[in-house]
Design a protein around this ligand. Sequence first.
Ligand code: SPV
Ligand code: MG
Length: 291
Amino acid sequence: MTAQQKARALRARLDVRKPALAMAAHNPLAAKLAADAGFDAIWGSGFELSASYAVPDANILSMDTHLAMMRAIGEVQDAPVIADIDTGFGNAVNVAYVVPRYVAAGVAAVVMEDKTFPKDSSLRAGGRQELVSEAEFQGKVAAAKAAAGDVLVIARTEALIAGLGETEALQRGTAYAEAGADAVLIHSKQKTPDEILSFCRAWSGKVPLVLVPTSYPQLSFAEVAALGKVGLIICGNHAIRAAVAAMQSTFARIIAEGGIAGVEREIAPVAHVFSLQGDARMREIENKYLR
Ligand code: SPV
Ligand code: MG
């Protein structure tokens, strides 16, 4: 599938009666596993990528590091990639230069948030959550749209994360949709879904909403679909958290047991990893061209 086809497929898939599901990935292997499991899209999470480098999700990694990962993820599987471009790496001028690079890397959507650069991670306890003005972010959304072509521009408001309340969040979301955003991501760090449910019910429905229900996991996908407002649900960090839990338990067991025999049946067989690396295709190429 071409990048353009992936972008169009994602746009068509943003169905508020049956929201698309995206799974986070921090590398191409995780993306391939997510696509194989049946997710509609891959979330090119800044948090996951930063965590995989063991650094904070605070614009410590360069844009090039994230961009190269988005390209690599798109090369090994067909699910559309939704790139988390944080704040757009600066102001509207930066956005005008950044977005074409992500388009060229083959992503289907970019998600840009209305925080100041450098950003702090949304779910970090006591994090620094400062927002740019609504007008400035409208300019950034317009700059992104002008550069994006078929690629979706999803505007993310952090008004609830910053504690500014529902009225401000609704006002900003509406302003960003008016500036051309294809969808609005509304994020919350409340431990219950009440804040998000109230926002969704009050939303005009002008463009679909996007949710990242990490901090209120009790909200089921079926309950989100029943709202009729949300086109995309993002599982924000479940690949890296699954990887951390699995590695920690395997490593601890090997040390405790003084050998690798005990974990053998718990971890993926080597042949499975070869297969995920595309061994079948390599064998085809070998048979055809190696003399
Ligand atoms: C990410 O996964 O990088 C996100 C979602 O932006 S969150 O970490 O919840 O802010
Ligand atoms: Mg992020």
